[in-house]
Design a protein around this ligand. Structure first.
Ligand code: IPT
Length: 995
């Protein structure tokens, strides 16, 4: 074992006699002598990642490009992440999204990952890539392509067929990633990719799995991947830790870094209330030792959470959990949980997810419905939720105090209250301190006033503190900030703007709570309180200037002299401070979002968003002669606190009206049900190889939709049989995913409909439908059975048991007598799904867009389709059993320079589900933007991103409505709604996907 372990380092820290309660005691080990490992510009040791040799807390937020089919808006999300303080973005890539057919790959248009990675670099974000081949991510097949379902070889193992398939994808995606690595590709291309994940939560660790992991690692290296490679353990189990890990009982893997995932912190109740039922786990320095403990299962690599749950997904049939998820892992949660992680030495944290987006088309796995909002900091409608402001404040500290990267435990402090614990860490380089103050346990919710007595770098101090309710404070002490010495503060640092003229420090605390900040000087400085109530006292013996105040509004204090540069200290209550944005050389107060700030020859160019008319105030570290906001000149004046303010408010967005959706036209959409329907070009069901792990009755042909090249959405079967006395009943065994369904017709009449129960939170994905056949079936002569199966996604394969190969479509269809032996009536079946199967023609919208409804096969969903021969229709009119298509057009007139999120809503949006039963596939400008299931819910509002929607022009909408035709099962009110409207937004062109 290497020489110096963390325990020894802690013993060296000054020990403090505990009074009533002792702070957290570190028990775990980290190998502080482990030499740094270097991969070009990226290196790491036991404490942190380093980029270009500089320690950095990797503060990452995940998004999925495939869940926002509008590349121009990727930039909007990236800018919002960057403005919220993240320095890194993490991406899953979805193999199946790019590969409709074995050997065919598409990285154009909405699938242009080269563009995505370039944009990320342009927006100043490092990138963590997670290309699979298996992703999970609540994707159909967990991201495996449809065609892989037909492969018998066990996936996620070293079986040659599977490896060959995975290599196809890895070759393609690695070529793109390689060009965007921070180390370059050796051919003149370079970007900002810093880390690369192989596989995803592979929890099987047999030799076959080890050989598979070895293969993926070697393949990445052979394809030119030159950044560190890691795998994300499903929990802190010690699976696939680097070979160098000396910890017993971990499973070693071919990785450079060990990472794990975690979704701690309670849940939402059925009633939509958050629970605080669990304390933040100590997944590092302060946790138990052993294989599952330690600074990590891998003491010589830094603490790394590849996914820390920042929300959660929601299920078919729930009561609508996203707003609750947003609160559950929202304000305060982030301070407590991400703070405890950081204190435990987890210096790489990636939030899953920062933006969820939309599982449009047939992207979703059965476990989720269309919206993948996730309760994330950036909502599906691209709104920054309140918790994004909290993230901005936390990230602002990390940026202001780089000493936080690579700290180790500094030893206990004395705390006067048993309700409180303090994690006390120090920098090995600067001795700067991090004091994470939480309740004990951290989910405690009492209100406490107490003191913390600690030996800090500048002396021994008794610090009065307050912690009210579920909360944590991220305090620092003994830190150099913009030429000042911060001895300690009970306010949290949000931003520090260095400047030769007058540095600015922004600190904040909870409204009305007392705060105390101590700065050190050589001699008494001049203190001028410009705003607010701040008492100051100078102690000549120590040189300490002590400021006392309550966090109310925004106090402004000017401090000069004392042997240091001037300082403007801004002390805000939390919400006041949240109105500030730090970007590059400026600190800006006011707007709803600051995207960019650039100074060009004295001209400050700001871009951002306003939600309403907004005052603007700013400070700059460079001289500024004039200011522009979104291109328009802003007249400014200087302020008493040395900044600039706009003479008049920045304009907010103008209101605009949405058109009502009228002039509907409709057409019946299940002609396959008719006995004389022409199915000559359909495929005949035969005995081809059966790759599914769903058992089927002996002697049946292979009826599975996937076997015939149909992997997404709806599939139709038509079966001919000769009528006779035995044709009494039919049993249809089928697979259809979450809330999937089946409709059976005979000779043009609906026999019945079967819907899979939702089985929350894990859906029931296969079912047996039994129907009594109509009397006509006993009449001699030819009869036709028509079956539509709606496949709501293939299962994920989280447990590596080939769950994604569960049957979809019909498994078996048996016609026979009500009682007596077996199912004796032979039926000759044919099948039809998406037009062209794996060779579909709409390569612009791609693999996820279409299933096999008649209307889809004939382009009824497309904007250019001519519906003039359809009949005029109204929502609410009685519907025939089967599918009815509705179409209409509308014009939008979102004012120039505004970014509005517009959605389509059905019925009473305050109710999770309707009293009527029907389903709708929603097509906007030909794009399948979601599925509404009235009787299942909960989603009734479908976000339609710009790019899909043309905000200043013409749009078409097509709804494929399915019902059993029972009275009252009719389409409810359908309307457009505005979810968000700001002035600003990213620059968009007219090239949006709707063209
Ligand atoms: C973890 C997966 O890695 C990720 O792809 C996603 O599915 C996430 O969960 C949930 O949204 S799986 C872990 C929770 C067992």
């Amino acid at each position: 074992m290497r020489a110096l372990l963390l325990a020894a380092a802690i013993a060296a820290a000054p020990l403090v006699q505990a009074s009533t309660a002792v702070a957290q005691t570190a028990q775990a080990t980290a190998d502080l002598t482990a030499p740094a490992q270097t991969f070009g510009r990226v290196s790491y040791d036991a404490r942190s990642l380093m980029i270009n040799g500089k320690r950095l807390v990797i503060w990452s937020s995940e998004m999925h490009p495939f869940r926002l089919p509008s590349p121009e808006l990727w930039r909007d999300v990236l800018q919002k992440m960057k403005a919220s303080g993240f320095n890194t973005v993490a991406f899953y890539f979805d193999w199946g999204y790019h590969s409709p057919k074995q050997g065919v790959y598409d990285f154009t248009g909405i699938r242009d990952l080269d563009r995505l990675l370039k944009m990320s670099e342009e927006e100043g974000l490092y990138v963590i890539v997670r290309p699979g081949p298996y992703a999970n991510a609540e994707l159909t097949r967990g991201g495996f392509p449809g065609w892989l379902v037909n492969q018998r070889a066990p996936s996620r193992t070293d079986s040659p067929d599977y490896l060959a398939a995975a290599d196809e994808w890895m070759t393609q995606i690695n070529a793109i990633i390689a060009r965007h690595q921070i180390n370059g590709d050796g051919k003149g291309n370079q970007g900002s990719v810093i880390l690369y994940q192989i596989e995803n939560e592979l929890a099987l660790t047999t030799p076959a799995h080890r050989r598979y992991m070895d293969h993926l690692y070697a393949k990445a290296r052979a394809d030119g991947i030159n950044v560190p490679i890691f795998h994300n353990d499903q929990g802190r189990n010690g699976y696939w830790a680097p070979e160098t890990s000396p910890v017993d009982k971990v499973v070693h893997g071919p990785v450079d870094l060990y990472a794990f995932d975690g979704y701690p912190g309670g849940t939402c109740t059925v009633g939509g209330q958050t629970t605080r039922g669990a304390a933040a786990p100590d997944w590092g320095f302060y946790g138990p030792g052993g294989a599952k403990g330690g600074a990590s299962a891998s003491p010589s690599t830094p603490g790394f959470m590849a996914e820390i749950g920042g929300g959660w997904f929601d299920y078919w049939g729930s009561n609508g959990g996203y707003e609750c998820n947003a609160r559950q892992r929202g304000e305060r949660f982030q301070r407590v949980f991400y703070g405890v992680n950081l204190a435990n030495g987890i210096t790489l944290q990636s939030i899953y997810v920062g933006f969820g987006g939309t599982s449009w088309g047939w992207l979703a796995a059965p476990v989720v419905f269309t919206s993948y909002d996730y309760g994330a900091a950036i909502s599906e409608a691209r709104e920054l939720r309140v918790k994004a402001e909290e993230m901005k404040q936390l990230a602002g500290l990390l940026e202001s105090v780089p000493d936080l990267a690579g700290m180790i435990p500094a030893g206990p402090v004395e705390i006067s209250s048993p309700n409180i614990q303090v994690y006390h860490n120090r920098s090995l380089e600067t001795d700067a301190r991090f004091l994470l103050v939480t309740h004990k346990p951290s989910n405690g919710q009492t209100n406490d006033d107490f003191t913390v007595t600690a030996n800090l770098p500048d002396g021994r101090y008794v610090v009065p503190m307050t912690l009210n309710g579920f909360d944590a404070k991220w305090l620092v002490a003994g830190v150099d900030l913009a030429g000042q010495r911060l001895v300690y503060s009970t306010s949290e640092v949000q931003a520090v703007l260095p400047s030769a003229r007058q540095p600015v420090a922004l600190m904040y605390g909870r409204k009305d709570e007392p705060g105390q900040t101590v700065l050190r000087f050589a001699s008494a400085p001049n203190v001028t309180v410009l705003d607010g109530q701040v008492r100051s006292a100078f102690e000549p013996a120590t040189g300490d200037l002590k400021l006392d105040y309550a966090h109310q509004g925004l106090a402004r204090v000017k401090i000069s002299g004392g042997g240091r540069p001037d300082l403007l200290l801004l002390i805000g209550e939390e919400k006041e401070a949240a109105r500030f944005w730090r970007q590059g050389d400026v600190l800006v107060r006011g707007p709803a979002l600051l995207r960019h700030a650039r100074i060009e020859r004295g001209q400050l160019l700001l871009t951002g968003d306003t939600r309403e008319a907004t005052p603007l105030e700013l400070w700059s570290s460079q001289p500024v002669r004039s200011v522009r906001w979104n291109g328009a000149t802003v007249a400014t004046r200087t302020t008493a606190s040395g900044g600039l303010e706009a003479r008049s408010a920045l304009p907010g967005p103008a209101d605009f009206a949405l058109p009502a959706l009228t002039n509907w036209r409709a057409a019946p959409g299940s002609p396959e049900a008719k006995p004389d329907f022409d199915d000559r070009d359909w495929q005949t069901i035969d005995n081809r190889a059966y790759a599914s792990n769903t058992l089927r009755p002996d002697g049946q042909p292979n009826m599975l939709m996937d076997a015939y090249g149909f992997h997404e959405g709806d599939v139709w079967y038509r079966g001919r049989f000769e009528g006779g006395p035995n044709a009494e009943t039919i049993e249809l065994f089928y697979g259809a995913g979450g809330a999937g369904m089946l409709q059976l017709f005979m000779d043009g009449e609906l026999v019945g409909q079967d819907e899979l129960p939702t089985g929350m939170p894990r859906p029931i994905t296969t079912g047996m439908a039994r129907f009594t056949l109509p009397d006509a079936a006993r009449t001699p002569g030819p009869h036709v059975l028509s079956v539509m199966v709606r496949n709501n996604g293939h299962n994920w394969n989280l447990d590596a048991n080939d769950f994604h190969k569960e049957a979809r479509g019909l498994v078996s269809a048996s016609v026979g007598p009500r009682s007596g032996p077996g199912f004796s009536v032979p039926v000759a079946w044919k099948i039809q799904g998406r037009q062209g199967g794996e060779d579909f023609t709409d390569t612009v919208r791609g693999v996820a867009n279409n299933g096999g409804l008649f209307g889809e096969r004939n382009g009824w969903h497309l904007p250019q389709f001519d519906d003039t021969r359809w009949s005029a229709a109204t929502v609410g009119q009685p519907l025939q059993p089967g599918v009815t298509w509705y179409r209409t057009n509308f014009d939008l007139n979102v004012p120039q320079g505004q970014d509005a999120s517009i959605a389509l809503a059905f019925g009473d949006i305050d109710k999770p589900r309707s009293d009527t039963a029907y389903r709708v596939l929603i097509f906007v400008n030909g794009w399948h933007m979601g599925q509404f299931i009235a009787n299942v819910g909960p989603q009734r509002v479908f976000t339609l991103p710009e790019g899909i929607l043309n905000p200043r022009g013409h749009n078409s909408i097509a709804l494929a409505v399915s019902t059993d035709g029972a009275p009252g099962n009719v389409l409810e009110d359908v309307r457009l709604i505005i979810q968000r409207n700001v002035r600003g937004g990213v620059q968009t062109t007219t090239e949006g996907s709707h063209r």
